[in-house]
Design a protein around this ligand. Sequence first.
Ligand SMILES: Nc1ncnc2c1ncn2[C@@H]1O[C@H](COP(=O)(O)OP(=O)(O)OP(=O)(O)O)[C@@H](O)[C@H]1O
Length: 673
Amino acid sequence: MSETISGTAQSPAGRGRRPGSGRLVGRVLRQRALVAWGAIVGVIVLAVTFAALLSPYDPNTGTLADSFAPPSWEHWLGADRNGRDVLTRLLYGGQVALLAAVEAVGIAMAVGVPAGLVIGYVGGWLDRILMRLVDGVMSVPFLVLAIAVIAAVGRGLPNAMAVVGLVYAMSVLRLVRGEVLAAREELYVDGLRVSGAGARRILFRHILANIAPPIIVQATLMFATAIIAEATLSYLGLGVTQPTASWGSMLAEAQATIRQNFFLAVPPGMAIFITVLGINQIGEGMRDLFSREITVGRLGLNVVRRAEPERAVSEPVPSALPERPVALEVRNLSVSFPQHGHGRVEVVRGVDLRLHRGELLCLVGESGSGKSVTAMSMLGLVAHPGLVTASSIRLADQEISGLDFAAMRAIRGNRIGVVFQDPLGSLNPTFTVGNQVCEAIREHRDVSRRQARALAIDLFDRVGIPNPAQRFHDYPFQFSGGMAQRVMIAMALSCDPEVLVADEPTTALDVTVQKQILRLLSDLRDERGLAILLITHDLGVVAEVADTVATMYAGQLVEYGPVAEVFAQPRHPYTQGLLDSVPRNEASNGPLASIRGVVPAPVDWPIGCHFADRCDFVEEPCRHSPVPLTGLGESGRAARCVRAGELRLHGISRDRLDTHAGVPSAAGSGTTP
Ligand SMILES: Nc1ncnc2c1ncn2[C@@H]1O[C@H](COP(=O)(O)OP(=O)(O)OP(=O)(O)O)[C@@H](O)[C@H]1O
């Protein structure tokens, strides 16, 4: 009799809303400061735009009888020396300030963005010459330049603001050039070049779209400084001329009559202060909006959300080693990403997994099946815009789903260690390895520098780094791949974790070194009772070190059990297909078997069994409804197959496997033998 373990239903996330304007509005609304300051600046802009409707007075004429009139019902902010209504002049002055800022920022963008794009993309002598020119222009204060230009072409705010715009264009150019220099090294740009795209299309359609956020933020912040620039120029008499009102000229007039009525300086001063502060706050808010950090937690990482109750599983996940304490238990873990035109799409659906102390569980499956995303999501390491939900993730006796970023950070590297595939890429090249391991130790433990050093050297010794005290002072580039991976393992062990997640830790290493690292992991499991989740493509690795194996296919766990039993007799056709595809230590005739068809993309996952279209044993019931992972009632085995009870699949004994072989990639698995 089979026991139902996971009743994962069709995901509601897969039927999510389309990404786009709705989500953007939601994100904007969550930025409360941005919304509040946007509203304040919006009111100011509306008020100055409709000044003629709001005020019954002419801004430039007044009656002498009202000279220096205090605030009253007729003149809400009083009147100036010439009896002109201060509020009216403030509103009309705002028009001048905003138009001047639009002019300066418009010129800055029109000149700076295309120039920066071209200079950054073309580089070479053009870049060197123009950047020296830019440095020269930027070394002269804009007021000096403005005075020089006004002396040459005559007074007037448009001339003055054009100079301001050109000076600003230099900093826009610098920003855009820097962004383009970085973007042109990106692989997607190489891809466009290879596909024959012209420079104009690459620059204006692709690169510009990618670097737009910092440019928009810069333009907003620049708008605020342009308002100050206008006020400064008009205050100095280089901007608007009397009797036209501007906030700067109003300040200058107020200063001339400060002894008679000091209050006259307050309205233009406050108008400049509030408008500039508001626009700056909007710029900062947009910076936050565009960066991942604020919206999803520091470093752009998402915390794991607790799944809604209706998605909770009711039965326990299978256990191949029931006598051992549970180190990590994951229930109903799902991960989704927004995909253009499809809303939120699940790439991992309803994974249940249990890892015991002293157990080495290998997670296998073709490329793209969801192994890495599963492991990283448990650690809260899936970045925005990924969304991770789980009914529960228990680390020993602590529930860690729903923890915030800070709490997860305290767990990562402390109770759970992580080792990645590329050890040299994971180490900072500018610090010695000893320094980096000590830093990891002191991040989580209250020990002195000296104690951390001693601990680090002990760990280096334990993971098999020869001359650990000397090598402590070496930089990553002085290590081979295998030694660097030992450093990574030492770092992962530095706080004596209960669980170690190793994502393809030996893929980048040669066969001999692979074996050494695997032996090390296996020894650490035995010595420390470490629970290890090892992600690998390599069934040879599984055969060599694993206690238990879990097979993933198209975002779901499809089989789980003790490795010897799963290999000897798989209970899911996909596991059998994987085992068939692996080279063996024996002579054989004919080509190597492979699984027909390709792994479906997450948007194409069928309602029923995800493997149905590739399965040689498929029957109608397989396609009807989601297939649960079902316990098989024998030593913690489970399979997600409607026919698991009746099929007699063949396996392979562990010693017949070529232990250096790998699981075929999705791309390579498209042919029928
Ligand atoms: N940031 C992301 N945005 C959108 N989709 C993603 C993202 N990261 C992973 N995916 C998708 O999630 C699925 C699972 O990817 P994952 O890297 O976990 O597979 P894997 O089994 O570890 O493959 P490999 O062995 O090649 O590393 C894939 O379909 C992948 O395209």
